[in-house]
Design a protein around this ligand. Structure first.
Ligand SMILES: Cc1cc2nc3c(=O)[nH]c(=O)nc-3n(C[C@H](O)[C@H](O)[C@H](O)COP(=O)(O)OP(=O)(O)OC[C@H]3O[C@@H](n4cnc5c(N)ncnc54)[C@H](O)[C@@H]3O)c2cc1C
Ligand SMILES: NC(=O)c1ccc[n+]([C@@H]2O[C@H](COP(=O)([O-])OP(=O)(O)OC[C@H]3O[C@@H](n4cnc5c(N)ncnc54)[C@H](O)[C@@H]3O)[C@@H](O)[C@H]2O)c1
Length: 450
């Protein structure tokens, strides 16, 4: 029997962050991962291959060059996420499926490991759809697309979330005829209409959308695949990809042996990320928060702190934001809509730098409270997400957007769009009768009035 103080299960974004963080603090920590290739979804079938595919699609690469580029980027990052590196940091690494045999004991390849605390970070996998015939004829997911030997001439993607939009647009730019099948009325339902329609106006040029559509049945037709919709419509494609949400990866964990409960398909946690057994934490995609690498990192940090100083961390997701890396990018800074007293909107139409680039479609919307403090934000535009980090930072610092108006912003930069919002906000304050009267009185006292 091996013994450690903390065992982290899952060597993806959340698990690696937790194991490395605890090891740096001299905690006796072990990490269990199914394969020696640490890095999880993000490195092998998520963020890294998808952003490499997006890059390749803007460089006119062939499919062979694209898959080679993806392979090379993963291999380069894999060095950073290697077993040797983690062992060098002081983490004991076990390779194999972890399964609980009791609340304080797991088994990996027949070996028992005891620990005082566990952190489950086993991630998520694509949701399977109950479509007749789909298991028989086969389909792609984010786990197989990047390794295809041949580029499909046409691709039907079931689902219209970030995975479908990012991968669909990149495949289209690479020359595949992409069809997106969306069960909802439109895409990007959580965004303001102005942002939604702007993004859709770009996507509509590159992909064919089928809204309020459900695929009922699929069948093979020669080398191709026929999708049959609930309204009888049909679509013939080379390949089908399913990107219709995620489910928690708990398959082999035997959570029932540990007394860890689930809620609506994900591991149930408190706001300190403790499961129904307080010494077992869960973070990342296996719980129902934001399914992003930086959310897994944030939760890992909170769990490290909680293991060491058992105190709740307040407002963990206070400045949490997410980006859909399409062109244009679509950005969202989360915050409680009930606290918003006003939403300010600015477009690129009046910003000189955007004019020089014929770029009229950038929209930024910022929800503020009565002091001008930022509550939430949404934006659409090329590379807009880097600029929006200043918005998130201003929220984190709990500063009013009026602070941007005193910044010296070099001319002509895209950042002037943020100063424009601040100036609009400030000039409205200046135009208030009470403020105008005060100014007039002061100017007159100084003997400078008309
Ligand atoms: C196509 C795509 C693109 C994405 N793009 C982005 C992006 O641009 N930005 C972003 O922030 N997020 C992105 N995401 C989301 C991001 O990849 C996930 O949120 C993140 O990987 C979750 O990290 P995790 O640690 O929870 O799980 P994972 O990274 O999936 O790690 C889970 C690990 O647990 C291991 N495991 C599972 N079961 C066991 C077991 N029983 N025993 C031992 N080990 C086990 C797995 O092998 C895996 O290594 C994307 C996702 C997809 C699918
Ligand atoms: N840039 C990023 O940060 C990034 C990129 C990709 C994925 N991710 C993460 O991965 C998660 C999963 O992404 P996703 O795109 O699979 O999921 P999602 O849950 O965000 O979207 C699923 C989409 O599929 C549609 N859908 C569901 N069932 C359907 C059906 N039967 N037929 C047609 N449409 C159907 C839904 O209406 C929705 O539009 C996201 O929540 C996101 O957090 C992040």
């Amino acid at each position: 029997m091996k013994e450690h103080k903390v065992v982290v299960i899952g060597g993806g974004s959340g698990g690696l962050y937790t194991a490395a963080g605890l090891a740096r603090l001299h905690v006796d920590v072990a990490l269990v991962n199914i394969t020696e290739k640490l890095g999880g979804d993000c490195l092998h079938s998520g963020c890294v291959p998808s952003k490499s595919l997006i890059y390749a699609s803007t460089q006119g690469m062939t499919w062979e060059q694209t898959t080679e580029h993806i392979r090379k980027v993963i291999a380069e990052i894999q060095v950073h996420d290697s077993v040797e590196r983690f062992e060098g940091l002081g983490v004991s690494v076990y390779i194999g499926h972890a399964k609980f045999v009791s609340p304080y004991e797991i088994e990996v390849n027949g070996q028992r490991i005891r620990a005082k605390k566990f952190v489950i970070a086993t991630g998520s996998k694509p949701r399977e759809l109950p479509i007749e015939g789909i298991e028989t004829i086969g389909y792609l997911t984010n786990e197989s697309l990047f390794h295809l030997k041949e580029q499909p001439k046409s691709l039907g993607i079931i689902g219209a979330g970030p995975i479908a939009l990012e991968l669909g647009q990149a495949m289209s730019k690479l020359g595949t005829n992409v069809h997106i099948i969306n069960r909802d009325k439109e895409i990007l339902g959580q965004f303001d209409r102005s942002i939604r329609t702007t993004a859709a106006s770009y996507f509509d040029k590159e992909m064919t959308f089928y809204h309020q559509a459900q695929v009922e049945r699929v069948e093979a037709q020669g080398n191709q695949k026929l999708l049959i919709f609930n309204d009888g419509k049909q679509l013939l494609v080379d390949e089908i990809m399913v990107a219709a949400g995620r489910v928690a990866n708990i398959g082999s964990l035997r959570l029932e042996n540990a007394g860890v409960a689930m809620k609506e398909g994900f591991i149930k946690v408190t706001d300190t990320h403790q499961t129904t057994k307080a010494h077992i934490y869960a973070i990342g995609d296996v719980i129902d928060t934001y399914a992003h690498t930086h959310a897994a990192g944030l939760e890992a940090r909170a769990v490290i702190e909680h293991i060491i100083f058992p105190k709740k961390k307040k407002d963990l997701y206070f400045d949490f934001s997410a980006i859909i890396y399409t062109s244009p990018e679509v950005y969202q800074l989360f915050g409680n809509e009930n606290e918003v007293v006003e939403t300010l909107q600015v477009t690129s139409k009046d910003i000189d730098r955007y004019k020089t680039e014929n770029m009229e479609d950038v929209i930024i919307r910022i929800g503020i409270d009565k002091k001008g403090n930022i509550i939430n934000a949404q934006a659409v535009g090329p590379h807009i997400s880097d600029l929006m980090q200043l918005v998130a930072y201003t929220k984190r610092m709990k500063k009013s957007i009026s602070t941007w108006s005193s910044m010296t912003v070099p001319y002509p930069t895209h950042a002037q769009i943020l100063q424009q919002i601040a100036n609009t906000y400030m000039s409205r304050t200046l135009e208030k009768p009470i403020v105008q009267n005060l100014i007039k009185t002061y100017i007159s006292i100084r003997g400078l009035g008309k």
